[in-house]
Design a protein around this ligand. Structure first.
Ligand SMILES: [Zn+2]
Length: 124
């Protein structure tokens, strides 16, 4: 995956412009005290990571899309591998969704910002 691609920045906690500076301060989504602390600007290129107040309300829609996609894939996999235990589907997915919440929170914010920021070109 190219270092300056949007997908790289979304999945590896990097600035969507330069692909070098960290987006969130904590490296892990499971550092529960600090998983939501963001840099206000990129420590590498200085890109503003909080363009305006309330900007990340749009990340709710990204988060919703990630949850729906995950639940659909989970359901299809569950139905394929354990069709006789389909009654337990909801019981099994709820703890999984709770565990994935910090990860999807961070993923949604990075994806939302990556929509609006153009990455730097490699050879410029
Ligand atoms: Zn940057």
């Amino acid at each position: 995956m190219a270092k300056h691609s949007k997908l790289h920045s979304v999945f590896f906690n990097k600035c969507p412009r330069c692909g070098e500076g960290d987006f969130f301060i904590a490296k892990s989504a499971y550092n529960l005290r600090n998983f939501d602390k963001m840099n206000r600007s990129c420590p590498h290129c200085g890109e503003n990571l909080v363009p305006e107040p309330g900007f990340y309300q749009g990340a709710l829609y990204m988060s919703y899309a990630f949850y729906v996609a995950f639940m659909l894939i989970y359901f299809l996999s569950y139905n394929y591998f354990f069709p006789e235990y389909l009654d337990y589907f909801l019981i099994s997915i709820i703890p999984v969704l709770i565990i994935l919440t910090p990860y999807f929170y961070r993923l949604a914010r990075r994806a939302w910002l990556a929509i609006f920021i153009k990455p730097l070109q490699e050879n410029v």
